[in-house]
Design a protein around this ligand. Structure first.
Ligand SMILES: Nc1nc2c(ncn2[C@@H]2O[C@H](COP(=O)(O)OP(=O)(O)OP(=O)(O)O)[C@@H](O)[C@H]2O)c(=O)[nH]1
Length: 366
């Protein structure tokens, strides 16, 4: 794979009418998004209308053969593979970024999964981050009614509140902000009406940037680890029945001292085989016994684990293994016991790693 790879992929999601296209059109006027391909997944057609945009002196041009109709996931993969082919055959000179706008009803996890899982794409693309838009007027009701909307917020790296200008009561907007922070305390919460909500604020989320060999670990792990958050709290005086929120949980697992690669591998394998589809998102840094000075950055979506990357040094000087899990209906106790077992901190009635190696089913899946 030549230079220029892997290409950053950003996923833009948000419920029906949240303002995705409006924001995208605004962002695309920024020259910083030159050399960007936009893939739009329109609702209703179960199809992807993809519009390839290419840098030209006079702005954006649509490639003449750029429109295909196709089914969602397979064709998303085909579309991305086609982009790689165009680059390698010189039909596109440069491609710095891909933005995928999902349908409002989409559960973003399978979209992320199809990018991260495919062998042909895994080295060509890297997930930069998920940008989720939430409508300030309808957001609360949407989150109450649709678990997909809660998942969209839960997996976000950036949350953008739209239409705050249409809200009649600022207290409602504040309550919504509090709820969004509750569901996903690690994501930055931005306002669409704020001029600072620009390309720089929304892209390069820092999961892992091969160019700088860095990851914004402090932000996405530090905050989580500090709060060790659950999504099922009441919100003070706004005591709604947020039944979907409580199904989504975000919590961190911490282990001081290095762990062998085999233990981490076993943890992920058992977790994914027992509860893969409930693991919405996982990110973390790991201190490996085999190479403790270079942290291993891992991130995964459902059953898919992205190829781990190595950082040259510990970003905040703090060693140890820190994982953030965002889950839907997953028993936290099972995850904690499994983690304790593989990191060899046995607790009562919990087998240690040696026992697990002999019998991986020793910790029941549910
Ligand atoms: N007042 C106001 N209107 C907005 C804002 N953002 C979007 N809109 C309007 O909301 C409507 C829906 O916006 P779109 O950008 O089409 O929303 P979308 O999320 O792409 O919609 P779907 O693709 O159908 O899910 C349009 O009429 C926009 O002009 C905002 O911040 N303030």
């Amino acid at each position: 794979m030549s230079s220029g790879f892997p290409i950053a992929v950003s996923v833009l999601t948000g419920f029906l009418g949240a303002g995705k296209t409006t924001l995208l059109n605004r962002l695309l006027r920024d020259p910083a998004l030159a050399d960007t391909a936009v893939i739009i997944n329109e609702f209703g057609e179960v199809a992807i209308d993809h519009l390839l945009v290419e840098q030209a002196s006079d702005g954006i041009i649509q490639l003449s053969d750029g429109c295909l109709c196709c089914t969602v996931r397979g064709e998303l993969v085909d579309t991305l593979a086609d982009l790689v082919d165009r680059l390698q055959t010189g039909r596109i000179a440069r491609l710095a970024r891909v933005v995928i706008e999902t349908t409002g009803l989409a559960d973003p996890a399978p979209v992320l999964q199809s990018i991260m899982a495919h062998p042909a794409l895994v080295h060509a693309f890297r997930l930069d981050g998920v940008i989720t838009l939430v409508d300030a007027v309808n957001g609360n009701a949407t989150l109450d009614a649709h678990v997909e909307a809660v998942k969209q917020v839960a997996v976000a790296d950036r949350i953008v509140l739209t239409k705050a200008d249409l809200a009649t009561d600022p207290r409602d907007v504040e309550a919504l902000r509090a709820r969004l922070r509750q569901i996903n305390p690690g994501a930055e919460l931005l306002d669409a009406g704020d001029r600072r909500t620009d390309v720089a604020a929304l892209f390069d989320c820092g999961l892992y940037n091969p160019a700088t060999k860095s990851a914004d670990v402090r932000r996405w792990l530090g905050e989580e680890a500090a709060h060790d958050h659950h999504g099922d709290h009441d919100h003070g005086d706004h005591d709604h029945d947020h039944r979907h929120d409580s199904r989504v949980r975000s919590y961190s697992l911490v282990h001081e001292g290095p762990v062998p690669f085999s233990a981490i591998e076993m943890f992920f394998d058992l977790l994914r085989s027992a509860h893969g589809e409930r693991l919405l998102r996982m990110k973390g840094v790991i201190e490996l016994l085999e190479d403790p000075s270079r942290p291993l950055v891992v991130h995964g979506v459902q059953k898919i684990l992205h190829p781990p990357a190595r950082l040259p040094s510990w970003p905040d000087g703090q060693r140890g293994t820190r994982l953030v899990l965002i889950t839907l209906d997953m028993p936290e106790d099972y995850v904690r016991r499994l983690f304790a077992a593989v990191t060899s901190r046995p607790s009562i009635d919990t087998p240690d790693r040696a026992a697990l190696e002999n019998n991986p089913l020793a910790i029941a899946g549910r």
